[in-house]
Write a protein that binds this ligand. Structure first.
Ligand SMILES: Nc1ncnc2c1ncn2[C@@H]1O[C@H](COP(=O)(O)OP(=O)(O)O)[C@@H](O)[C@H]1O
Ligand SMILES: [Mg+2]
Length: 259
């Protein structure tokens, strides 16, 4: 369909069309389509088990889709369920970064090595250059004094900032966050949200799965509410959260506000 080409502007960092994913007989993602423009923050909210993590993992190549298409920065990763060849997938994989709920730092590496290791192995950067980049990012995260500490010596909020630095060190075109604050105490949550807010001000393209409703409302440019593997509602974050159209969204937000 040629006309579709015109709809997918070069400003699209992510284009997802009719993505589906099943685990055995369990259909977890059902025909989802959306796009994210350069410099935009897409928020994703929804109950546990609605398929949010699976969606992110599919786009970041940690899971294989069952059907549909995904393009990153104009390059086709998978089209109608057929994947690009290996080298192309590897190249496309470098454009995306993922920050996990539980940090996923290497416990036996120092903070510095957690940030330099992938730069050296994945991008082939030399030691000095990768250290320079790591130290700049640690400064930005207010952690320059922790370079030689080990993850277990840091607070959860500090560990999550290290994992954000690790992801940024690879200079991805888009950064995904999968509930980045849900393993943190409320007082540590704020410091991570403020890092993400700063990245948004710098126009980093991001997709953020979160249960922090006021953050989602104020920081995202667009918001998706997912339930049961489908996008139930999508639009202006303030409208989705404050005046949802769909019953399922209303019910979720009501339940949420009670907690
Ligand atoms: N590796 C897997 N094998 C089988 N089922 C899975 C797997 N990963 C996730 N699921 C199932 O997929 C559904 C969606 O999970 P998930 O994407 O983690 O949802 P969310 O992140 O919204 O909580 C759940 O029913 C979950 O049990
Ligand atoms: Mg999840």
């Amino acid at each position: 369909m040629l006309w579709r080409k015109n709809l997918t502007t070069t400003n699209d960092v992510i284009t997802v069309e009719n993505l589906s994913k099943s685990f055995g007989n369990l259909e977890v993602i059902k025909n989802i389509s959306f796009s994210v423009h350069r410099g935009e923050v897409l928020g994703i909210i929804g109950p546990s088990g609605s398929g949010k993590s699976t969606l992110l993992r599919c786009i970041c190549q940690l899971e294989k889709v069952s059907g549909g298409s995904v393009s990153i920065c104009g390059s086709t990763m998978v089209k109608d369920g057929v994947y690009a060849e290996k080298n192309e997938l590897r190249r496309i994989g470098l454009d995306v970064g993922l920050v996990f709920q539980n940090f996923n730092l290497f416990p036996h590496f120092s903070v510095l090595r957690n940030i330099t290791e992938a730069q050296q192995i994945v991008l082939g950067r030399d030691k000095d250059h990768s250290r320079e980049i790591a130290m700049d990012l640690l400064k930005k995260m207010n952690l320059e004094t922790k370079a030689l500490s080990y993850p277990c010596e840091l607070s959860g909020g500090q560990q999550q900032r290290v994992s954000i630095a690790r992801a940024l060190a690879l200079k991805p075109q888009v950064l995904f966050f999968d509930e980045p604050t849900s393993a943190l105490d409320p007082e540590l949550t704020g410091e991570i949200l403020s890092v993400i807010r700063d990245l948004a001000k710098e126009k980093m393209t991001m997709v953020v799965v979160t249960h922090e409703m006021s953050f989602a409302r104020d920081t995202s440019d667009s918001l998706i509410f997912m339930d049961g593997g489908v996008i139930v509602e999508q639009g202006n974050p303030r409208e989705v959260i404050e005046t949802p159209r769909e019953e399922r969204t209303k019910a979720f937000l009501r339940r949420f506000n009670k907690n």
